[in-house]
Design a binder for this molecule. Structure first.
Ligand code: ATP
Ligand code: MG
Length: 247
């Protein structure tokens, strides 16, 4: 991997590109994932590459949902596996959530490679290889999930999910937490908690909120109450529309 000087104004963004590229080379990320990252970058640029206050609030609400769940699952695709493997493991451990590999372009090889990658980063158990249940309303390959994983979960965190699948999961009655830099994306629109932020910032911040909520034994219902997903998406859209194009 070629060196990027930390002083480079696009250092963070270039590092993310490198991680996605390396993910493709390691067989974790699909080539489509490169395009998805590019789309995300454009929105992140307009947001000022920062966690805006409405996203921070959504991240805190997401942390409360994960802690309060009977069975929470973090859905892992090739992009997040490449970008934030340690952060996924950390969030799962902090909240007691399961990790499940769940791919749009599913191949058994890629599922296994991602599961191995997560284990290399400290995950004890990774679901997604059984694929013994189906999400209703989706075609066969795209519907596959684990019966004792996403199928059974009451709360699911889906970073960068495809709109169709996000919608189908919502229709199963699950509380869906979606991380997506595009507030107009269908995935964000169907989420109970749309988090308009880059996964590289969102995941560690959800974990930090979960730690704080646990320590202070806050009333989780009170944290979750009054959250309005449309307000959260609206605030992000406003920020993007008035975004100042600078460096
Ligand atoms: P749909 O309307 O069906 O939801 P989409 O616009 O989400 O379509 P995709 O390209 O399948 O289409 O999804 C990629 C999504 O993931 C984009 O909305 C993009 O903004 C978002 N994204 C990409 N990289 C990141 C990232 N690092 N962090 C957060 N979101 C990201
Ligand atoms: Mg989407």
């Amino acid at each position: 991997m070629e060196e990027i000087p930390e002083s480079h104004p696009r250092y963070e963004s270039l590092m993310q590109r490198h991680r996605i590229e390396a993910g493709v080379e390691k067989g974790l990320t699909s080539r489509q994932g490169l395009v998805a990252q590019g789309r995300g970058e454009a929105f992140d640029y307009l947001l000022g590459e920062q966690t805006i206050p409405s996203a921070d609030t959504a991240e805190r609400v997401a942390a409360a949902h994960l802690l309060d769940a009977d069975h929470a699952v973090l859905s892992v695709n090739g992009n997040v596996a490449a970008l934030v493997p340690e952060e996924l493991v950390d969030l799962a451990e902090t909240t007691g959530a399961d990790l499940e590999v769940n791919l749009f372009n599913r191949t058994e090889q890629r599922v296994a490679a991602i599961a191995d990658h997560l284990r290399e980063h400290g995950a004890n158990s990774v679901r997604g290889e059984a694929a013994d249940a189906r999400i209703p309303g989706l075609d066969h390959e795209r519907a596959k999930v684990d019966a004792d994983g996403i199928y059974d979960a009451d709360v699911v965190l889906v970073p960068l999910e495809d709109g169709d699948r996000a919608e189908a999961l919502g229709e199963m009655g699950k509380t869906e937490l979606v991380v997506d830099l595009n507030p107009m994306s269908r995935s964000a629109e169907v989420a109970a908690v749309p988090i308009v932020d880059n996964v590289v910032r969102a995941l560690p911040n959800i974990t930090a909120h979960a730690r704080e909520l646990r320590k202070t034994e806050r009333d989780l219902d009170a944290v979750v109450a009054n959250f309005d997903p449309d307000d959260a998406r609206g605030a992000a859209e406003q920020q993007i529309r008035r975004g100042e194009l600078g460096d």
